[in-house]
Design a protein around this ligand. Sequence first.
Ligand code: SF4
Length: 210
Amino acid sequence: MKIKDLAVKVDAVLKKRYPDAKTSLDFSTPLELLVATILSAQCTDERVNMVTKTLFKKYRTAKDYAAAPIEKLEEDIRSTGFYKNKAKSLKACSGDIVEKHGGKVPSTMEELTSLHGVGRKTANVVLGAAFGVPGVVVDTHVGRVSQRLGIAKEKTPEKIEIELMDSVPKKDWTGFSLRMIHFGREFCQAKKPRCGECPIYDLCGWEGKK
Ligand code: SF4
C-alpha cells in the first residue's frame, strides 16, 4: 500500500476513535499555550496543568515573564523538571515577544521559531491550537507510532514532519497529530504496546508487533 493511502486509512480509524482530539494542556490565550508547551518537555500534561493553574494567575503577559527574577520563575515551575532551562527559555522568549512583537505571540512558523527556545514542534502546537493554522506536531508519540506503522521512515522529528506533511492532507495535519498522540498514549506505548487490542493492527507494519 502507498504510504499516503496508509496514512489516510490510519487516520480514518483514528478519527472515529478520537473525534474531538485536542491538546490536553489547559490554556486560554496563545501566550498561555506557548508557556504550557515549553513546560511540557519531559513532563506530563497533567503536571503542567497543575503548575500553570497558579502560574497563569501570577504571570499574565509576556512582559511579566520577561521581567521576573529568574530564581522566582525557576521556583514557580520547578516541579515540571528541567526548570532551569525552561525558566531561561520562558524569560528569553517572552523578552523576544515584547521587543519584536509588541507583547503578542506571533502567528507564523518563521516568527515563532525565531523566538528563543521555540522549535518547530512547539511552534506547530501553538499554530494549530491557538491560531488554527495546520501543522504537523512530531512529539515522541507521533514519531514512534509513525515509524512503527511505516508512515515514517526517517529518524529525526524534523524529517518525520516533512514525511507526514507529504502523506497527510494539509487540512488534517493538526488533528492527525493530536489523534496520533492520543493513540500513542492509549495503545501504542513505547514499552508495552497493546497490539492485541489495537484498532489499526491490520494496518501496522511493525515487525515487533505482537
Ligand atoms: Fe502500535 Fe501494536 Fe498497534 Fe502496531 S499493532 S500500531 S505496534 S499498538
